[in-house]
Write a protein that binds this ligand. Structure first.
Ligand code: ASP
Length: 582
């Protein structure tokens, strides 16, 4: 038996017990006549004491050889500790050791295994198994498990069943590139790893499973933005015989449950906002509604003077920054530089100070009088003491720029409190999205999303105006879930593929199986998928998902610990009949 107790378990009530513990040496303190060792496992830390008077000599000698991270087993007696440590649950006791076994020695770790480590990100990724021994990472993984359990319990209670779907499949378009896997047995052919289980979960509905979920890995080969992983986890769900409303209700329930259970937060209001409204009011389809600074469109009150920059703009729009009237000239110049950074891309920024005495001072006083500026203040909801920041230009671009500024200012003003939770549904997404690069329409969500029946007539004349039965769940400025009601008949699906530029042959080759299935009694169905890594990170009070993934990849998609991706040998390539022309 390696242990009778864990290192987090023993208390004053265990004093005088004979016990055995196993774990890692966190720290040793050698005072010559006395040696203390902090022994650590997943459950906590227990102090061991080796004492020349009371511990056998050979055991003391062996204790002197212990190094950091050695794996040891000790047997001894629980005794009362002289100087108690109120900070840890085992702080009232220590173990007077009578027997010590070194189970495994350890090299000196490349960074300290402590909450505040001296190791940088790269070294910790390379030795992730050591990083996992540290509390912050260990606790994040344990937290992730808890969230997963709560999700499973909730959905099981709601009659969902977890079903695994295959990883070696054919492309499921979610807007990214596929990772592909060559097939040895089918020369020249490839599997694709799922970007999501989308088509399979729909087939499960055709199969009558009614309510499906799966906590599942998805794979997307996209250029990695900060905090994206090429493989990530979704809570993937699908339901039959449902309308949008049914799905929103169930998953609003799940979200409330998680926030209540994990964060002790009761969500009173679960607002819904159309995509059009979100874009107009926040310039963003995943608005952070924990704070105001709503967009005020100013075309009507800013395009009647000689200021050409505004007159030529498709959209003139501003936000009121609380307390911003007190910014110095230098601070405002810095803000202007910030919006002009290539990442944001604005050409400039007009500002208005709303003075405490009710007057206004703007960077465009030459063109606009006090009455004009008062109208701007009204449109943006600016009060005395605020600063109005105004951007102008092409609608989509300006909205994105002002949204970036809004988020940045909120961050600086401390308005993004991680302990406050403001979820909302964004609904009525456009079905199609114009892609400048390929000069054609793409499915905004995916090609299986159903258009709103009343908008189908617009598919030919105004494809960009067709709305979908698609929705996103947004939490604190992050999209944490997204889904849609699906097309469930062959004709509409064929129509959709046609509008996405697939020839009937291409559609059949790629998705024939789904269209075929639709001919055998497909029920109306719909679903949603949550980004599990992000959800866990937000509930855990952080915005970086990497901390919640046991073995994450770095920003270039590499696993630096196992050193992947890697070359494969000639033999393997030959078996796969792949010739590399490097
Ligand atoms: N498969 C979709 C996604 O990965 C989610 C859904 O429509 O249910 O975003």
């Amino acid at each position: 038996m390696y242990r009778s107790h864990s290192c987090g378990e023993l208390r004053a009530s265990d004093i005088n017990k004979e016990i055995t513990l196993s774990g890692w040496v966190q720290k040793t303190r050698d005072k010559g006549f006395m040696i203390w060792v902090d022994l650590r496992d997943r459950y906590g830390i227990t102090q061991l004491i080796f004492d020349e008077q009371r511990t056998p000599k050979d055991v003391v000698e062996k204790a002197k050889t212990l190094g950091r991270e050695f794996v040891i087993q000790v047997t001894g007696t629980v005794i009362e500790r002289e100087s108690k440590n109120k900070n840890i649950p085992t702080g009232e006791i220590e173990i007077l050791v009578s027997k010590l076994t070194i189970l495994n020695e350890a090299l000196v770790p490349p960074f300290t295994i402590e909450d505040e480590t001296d190791g940088g990100e790269d070294i910790r990724m390379k030795y992730r198994y050591l990083d996992i021994r540290r509390n912050p990472v260990k606790n994040s993984l344990m937290f992730r498990h808890q969230v997963a359990m709560k999700v499973r319990n909730y959905l099981s209670q709601e009659d969902f069943i977890e079903i695994e779907t295959p990883y070696l499949i054919k492309s499921t378009p979610e807007g990214a590139r596929d990772f592909v896997v060559p097939s040895r047995m089918n020369e020249g052919q490839f599997y694709a790893l799922p970007q999501s289980p989308q088509t399979f979960k729909q087939l499960l509905m055709v199969g009558g499973m009614d309510k499906y979920f799966q906590i599942v890995k998805c794979f997307r080969d996209e250029d990695l933005r900060a905090d994206r992983q090429p493989e990530f986890t979704q809570i993937d769900c699908e339901m039959a015989f449902v309308e949008q409303e049914d799905i929103l209700t169930i998953f609003e329930g799940l979200t409330r449950h998680l926030l209540r259970d994990i964060k002790n937060v009761e969500i009173a209001d679960f607002p819904r906002m159309t995509y059009a409204e979100a874009m107009k009011t926040y310039g963003n389809d995943k608005p952070d509604i924990r704070f105001g600074m709503k967009f005020g469109e100013l075309n009507n009150v800013a395009q009647h003077k000689e200021f050409n920059v505004f007159n030529q703009a498709e959209l003139v729009v501003g936000i009121a920054v609380p307390g911003g009237a007190s910014y110095t000239r230098k601070e405002i110049d810095k803000l202007i530089d910030w919006v002009k950074r290539p990442q944001v891309g604005a050409l400039g920024m007009v500002y208005v100070k709303c003075n405490e005495d009710g007057t206004f001072k703007s960077s465009v006083d030459k063109f606009y009088d006090q009455e004009d500026l008062a109208n701007w203040a009204k449109a943006t909801g600016a009060k005395a003491g605020d600063l109005i920041c105004v951007l102008s230009g092409q609608t989509n671009k300006v909205r994105a720029q002002l949204s970036a500024l809004r988020m940045e200012l909120a961050e600086r003003l401390g308005l993004r409190n991680p302990e406050e939770f403001a979820p909302l549904w964004v609904v009525d997404f456009p079905l199609l999205e114009w892609d400048e690069e390929t000069e054609r329409y793409h499915a905004m969500h995916h090609p299986f999303t159903s258009p709103k029946p009343e908008d189908i007539a617009l598919l030919d004349s105004k494809p960009g105006d067709v709305r979908a039965n698609a929705y996103d769940l947004v939490l604190n400025g992050n999209e944490i879930g997204g889904g849609s009601i699906r097309i469930h008949d062959k004709e509409t699906q064929a129509l959709m593929f046609d509008h996405l530029g697939f020839t009937p042959e291409e559609a059949k080759a790629q998705f024939g199986f789904l269209m075929d299935a639709f001919q055998y009694g497909a029920p109306p169905h719909g679903g949603i998928a949550f980004g599990f890594d992000r959800l866990v990170a937000i509930l855990g009070g952080q915005e970086t998902i990497r901390d919640y993934i046991a073995f994450p990849k770095n920003n270039s998609g590499r696993d630096v610990m196992i050193d992947a991706p890697a070359n494969i040998d000639q033999e393997q390539l030959k078996e796969l009949n792949i010739k590399l022309d490097l």
